[in-house]
Design a binder for this molecule. Sequence first.
Ligand code: TNX
Length: 504
Amino acid sequence: MNTTDNLIPRPSHVALLNGPAFTLAPTARIAASGAATPVARQLASLLRRGTGFDLPTVEDTRPGDISLELVETFDGGPEAYELSVTEGGVVLAASTPAGLFNGVQTLRQLFPASIEGTDPQAGTWVIPAVDIADAPRFAYRGLMLDVARNFFTVQEVKEQIDVMTQFKFNALHLHLTDDQAWRIEIHEPAKNPSGLPYAKLTEVGGQGAVEVSTAMPPRGNSGFYTQQDFKDIQAYAATKNVLVIPEIDLPGHVNAALAAIPQLNPDGQAKPMSTTSEVGWSTLTEDLPATYEFVREVLGQLAAITVGPYLHIGGDEAHVTGHDDYVSMVQRFVRIGAETGKSVVGWNEFAAVELPQGSVIQYWHGDFEPTVRQAEQNGSRVIMSPAANTYLDQKYASDSPVGLEWVEGGPFTWSEYYNWDPAQGGLQDQQILGVEGPLWTETVRNNQQAQWLLYPRAVSLAEVAWSGQEVRNPGDFRRRLGALGERLATQGVAFQEAPDVEWS
Ligand code: TNX
């Protein structure tokens, strides 16, 4: 077995060549020009750490170099790449920087795990001669971080991006608001007919967090992102081919907003903040004009600072919103969302309303039929997050120190998150935008706990989202996970050492 057998996610085509291997020499350079240069610089800095080599980025190519090439036409779409390794050098080709970035993640895994060390390691850096041609099955390969129940600093979010992107994830959904807290700054608008105190959303709502007695510590962290922070996260994410999808959860999961803005309550009285982890007990009010004024302002400001095409408006677990009120409100919210120019995303409950062109349904739980119907009738695309195959907050075992255990079929390890096909219930691949694993954080207090819940299960999801069913195989994946252990450990990433995996 060599590193070409251990790649995760598994590429579409891997052909070992008979020729001699490539050895990265201390004199090697990383060659690239134009839009390929930033990716080349990232590769150079990655390889410099573990090797201690200079690895300058240059424009010309010599034997022994790694060269990154942008080529015009390419099979497999914008994220595809081809990697050719021979004794004479490494050539990585793609039609976009995103494709090159994906290829770099593959190339990293072809070197011994010690290359991931933070200081120079002794060793020879050899890669077998190989041809790889690879392209993703789905365009959207995401993780979700619930920054509402527990706040994660900008730095912590960036660290999560660093780890996830080595598995070719390209979407980070930030769950910015919930009952316990409001995490995104909303400026005082010039036009404010009802005089809503938007600054209070973060002044009051930003102080909140969840409290769960078994979590360590019981109370979550508080804080919020300024609009500038949110831009910074997106700018960093963009360098790693990640799109950020912000969520404002409506019309349920809104207690923090009701506590900040008295006018959102029928009696005009602000609600008290709450730390409970109960769900489904708060709602906006259908017949209050302030409701729509608020939603329009918040979605408008958020859309204006969001780089990507998606705006997530929640829609889940509105258990105390009457059905008619739910339909009436959400029908207006999706239109307000679409008027910002973004594609509206919502949890599958929102498939109960007429969705604007280009909407995206995130299926997590319950009746699948409305999701499939909307996909068939109006071309809405689907993000697959079925709880029993993707919920990264669920416990590994009933005595796990962190995690929840409400999803039926648990406890859940890497295999439940691997052994499923997103194309199900009549949905075809073209109707599926992709796959996302949500990390709810009722019991999570820092990145280490988050990583331990994420890995290795998120790695299963990465392969489900990237690799075609025809190259996937649970036994082989289990073996490759084992080989990944040393790499994660060298990176200092916390992960659950699943007992059925032989960890390296
Ligand atoms: C359900 S999943 C929720 C969240 C909770 C989660 C805990 C979804 C759309 N809503 O509010 O955090 O369960 O697993």
